[in-house]
Design a binder for this molecule. Sequence first.
Ligand code: EPU
Length: 442
Amino acid sequence: MAKDYFKIQGLGGKKILRGEVQINGAKNAVLKAMAAAILFKDEVKILNAPYTEDVKKTVTLLETAGAKVEVSEDAVNHSHVLKINTATLHNTDIDPEIAKSMRASVVMTGPMLSRYGKVSLVQPGGCVIGARPIDQFIEGYKKMGATVEFKDDVSIITAPEGGLRGAEIIFHLQTVGGTETLMMAAVLAKGVTVLKNCAMEPEITSLAEYLTSCGAKIEGIGTTTLTITGVEPLVSAGKPYVTIPDRIEAGSFLLLAALCGDDVKITTCEPKHLEVLISMLMDSGVPLQIGTDFIHVKNNGAVKNSELKTFNVRTHEYPGFATDLQPQVSVFLTQASGESIIFETIFEGRFKYTEDLIKMGANITIMNPREIMVKGGAELKAPEAEELRAHDIRAGFAVVMAALVASGESVINNIYYIDRGYERLEERLCALGAKVERVKGE
Ligand code: EPU
């Protein structure tokens, strides 16, 4: 793991960033589309793919399973094209080293089990933001007739004779990965599967629509009940999956621009996936212009951060306020005027980054593991003789935001996490006028 770090020159509260930032395809959509390639007889082509560390790892996961993956650059759209052919797939033991470092590897169990009848996986790891169990996946597979054996920390899952069988599965909580995985498992199962209390994130809808366009039978797309009738392996016949814009990346840049930007246009994004955040920022006083595929933070330099109003945040499954924007909105609220309560309902360990913000002078009180109180108007400073760190992907972006707002030079370690979700972040920030340097580690 590279030990690169960022050196960031703070803007000392000035709102001077200017320019355009183009939003990439969604990491959390492309990883699932890559796993879905296992459901297909022929090659699946994925357009507008970001090329983050997690995408690279998923390429390796597919290759170690025996699939053929080709990655090329699409210079016009600053994105990547992936071509995945799983006809030669022969190994259904998901690479343990990668699974331990990336939670999304669990999603591969669905298509592998329904296509090949067996799969094994070590307990997946990933961002340290809570316990993140896989019980809902395991219970779902059992309902579809699979047997599950646990050996040390490996789950060995075997479909019944003749393949997975349709079943009624009621999720105990809304899980994004669980919904996507069991939906893919059901696509090739025998009979009808009804999934209830499903998550409704746009990445799930996008995946379901693509699978349906290639022969899958999925009803109720975009709702909490999905009814899936099993079919034969899918055929893309050259129809590509076009990765939807990354709503979390767009929301992250929007919050950054709200604090540090004068005139920043966030383009190639999908504002309708960010309605709650946009409405909160508009009510707070951030001057925004919204188009069908852009968000323009315009003439924001004329509005002092101390003139912005605070608001309370309660994270929620889509279409509520995304947990993946919770650390970034906290930084925003340290600068606005007033007090806010932030309540994290999805993950129980997602406030670690507050230690770093407090070191920089933020006024944050941890009420309990799920709730913090933020008092606005804090003057942030780069901590003297201390370094900051990215605790996870989104906390990493939040600390970068705080370092840009602050005065002085900050050093941020562990930026490997940031690279997992944001491609070439330093280049994109520098293009807006920020001073962010990547220093190469060993
Ligand atoms: N959960 C269980 N049992 C399960 C599955 C989930 O208890 O079997 C719990 C989780 O522990 C969590 C809650 O359900 O408390 C929701 O988890 P979910 O399954 O929805 O999350 P995920 O699929 O693991 C995806 C994103 C996350 C994002 C969450 C919530 C990907 C690759 N990851 O994770 O993204 O925070 O949904 O929206 O799609 C990120 O991008 O930084 C990131 C962490």
